[in-house]
Each structure stands twice: as C-alpha cells, then as structure tokens.
Design a protein around this ligand. Structure first.
Ligand code: ADP
Ligand code: MG
Length: 271
C-alpha cells in the first residue's frame, strides 16, 4: 500500500507528546448571549476527546470556533504549535487573529464532520472527495482519485464512486463525509453529533468507522449523545453545560467517579 496514502489515517506521534490542540480561556458571545464563558482544555496527538452536554450548552459553537467557522472574543487556541490568535493580544476586549497564512495552515490541519453530512448534492461521491484536495491542496487529479478510492474502501464504500449522495443511505452519506474530511489530511478531526441525523439502525456503522479511526490513532474531538460510545472511544471526556466545562477527565472519572450533580443528572437521562 502507498505509504503516503496510509499515513492519512495513521498518526505516529507518541502518546506522550505535547498537546496538538490547546484551548485557553476561550469566550464567545452572540450579542448579549454568552455562549462560551471560559473554555480551557488540551488534547495530545493520537488521542480522542468526547464532548458531552445538554443541547444549547455551546458544543457546536466551540467546534465552529476551533474550525474557524466562527470568530471568538477572547482566549488562545494553539493547533499543532500554531497560534490562532496573536499571544497576549486580548486588549480592550478584542483579540488580534494571526496572519491569514497562519490561519489557513491551521484551518487545513483541522476537519469537521457535520451532523447533516453537508455533502455536495450535485457531485458524485468521488467528486465530493476529490474537489477540495485538487482545488485547495493542489493535489493532482490522479493522486486525489487514488486517495479517494483508498478512503472509500476504508469506509466500506467500494463501488459507490459514481453514486450521488441522494442515492445513498444516511449512514453511507455520513461515511462519505468522513472520507471527504480525511481526504484533506487533517491533523485533528472534529465531529459534531455525527450520528444524530441517522436512524438508530444506521448509527452503528458510523460509530464503528470512528472507532477504527481512533484505533489508527487519528486525533479526534467528538461531540456526541451516544454515551457508551463517548466513554469507550475516548481518552478524555469533557462535560459542558451552559457555556462552561463543568467536568473533564478520563472516561472512568467522568462516567463513574465524578460526584458533580449537574453531570449526574445529565447522565441519568441516558440510563
Ligand atoms: P449545542 O451544540 O451544545 O446544542 P450551540 O453551540 O448550538 O449548543 O448553541 C449554544 C447557544 O448559542 C444556544 O443558546 C444557541 O441558541 C446559541 N447560538 C448558536 N449559534 C448562534 C448564532 N449563530 N446566533 C445566535 N445564537 C446562537
Ligand atoms: Mg450542537
């Protein structure tokens, strides 16, 4: 197998390396609504963070800030050693973002898988996977196709190259969108409730793929309401409520040991 292709989903960073993602005191408002109040966490390369918490607690907004779909007012974000914000620049309530080139590099090192797949409906599966690598990374058509076919095989979607998204099941569409995100060779992959739009019988096939990526040591941040999955796939779990990180730690700590009342009443809903 082509080693460059394989390296897309094999992270060979040692588990004890310094954090690939560092978030410090991140704050974000929509007008008067303080959606993220003071979020801090970090994640090492090759590790998986599960984020759980009630609807409206700011989970999607956090992922959108980290993938540059939203701006934020305060805080520091460092991705793979690169600062998204000029350090120490939060003066008078306004931060200064890093230069465009740095922001682009950071953006290219992150990928986001959405709840509703967000595939291009007018493009085939293969075109969905090759468009950005060709246009954004300037990969050759041939390389982009080879990588796309490899990823589709990994996702159990061989033979679907020429299908259009509407011809696929929800689970297949979500697997295509995971492959599409991987085709850009991100260092960190973010998932925003990747199975929430799926019928229950299709959830398993998508969770299985994400588990496989975790075994291959892809660095991932996963927002999910699948509690057993959140516990089993993660090295770290973070519980958010009303814009703050209420609890974070190992899966065993968050799910079994924490005495936090907000967390236990949230978890009770799933038992
Ligand atoms: P979660 O993903 O945890 O359900 P969200 O991040 O989607 O939470 O939303 C957090 C809060 O921010 C909610 O009160 C939501 O209504 C609000 N919100 C999210 N996006 C916007 C927006 N673009 N404009 C205004 N308010 C928003
Ligand atoms: Mg959300």
């Amino acid at each position: 197998m082509d080693s460059q292709v394989q390296s897309v989903i094999i992270n060979d960073a040692p588990l004890d390396s310094s954090p690939i993602l560092e978030v410090k005191h991140l704050k974000k408002s929509f007008g008067d609504l303080h959606v993220l109040k003071d979020i801090s966490f970090d994640l090492n390369a090759g590790e998986v963070l599960s984020i759980i918490g009630p609807s409206g607690s700011g989970k999607s907004t956090l992922l959108r800030c980290l993938t540059q779909l939203e701006t934020f007012e305060a805080g520091e974000v460092r991705v793979d050693g690169k600062d998204m914000v000029v350090p120490g620049s939060c003066i008078g309530g306004k931060i200064k973002y890093a230069p465009a080139k740095t922001l682009r590099d950071i953006r290219l090192s992150t990928g986001l898988v959405f709840q509703n797949f967000n595939l291009f409906p007018h493009l085939t599966v293969l075109q969905n996977l090759t468009l950005a690598p060709i246009r954004v990374l300037h990969d050759s058509r041939e390389d982009a196709r080879a990588l796309a076919r490899f990823l589709l095989k990994q996702m159990g979607l061989e033979g679907k190259e020429k299908s259009y998204p509407c011809e696929l099941s929800g689970g297949q569409q979500q697997r295509v969108s995971i492959a599409r995100a991987l085709a850009l060779k991100p260092k960190i992959l973010f998932f925003d409730e990747p199975t929430s739009a799926l019928d229950p019988e299709l959830t398993g096939e998508v969770l299985k793929i994400i588990k496989k990526l975790a075994e291959d040591r892809m660095t991932m941040v996963i927002v999910t309401h699948e509690m057993a999955f959140a516990r089993d796939v993660a090295n770290k779990v973070m519980f958010m409520d009303q814009g703050v990180v209420v609890e974070q730690g190992t899966p065993d700590f968050v799910f079994n040991q924490s005495q936090n009342k907000r967390l236990s009443s949230f978890l009770e809903r799933f038992s």
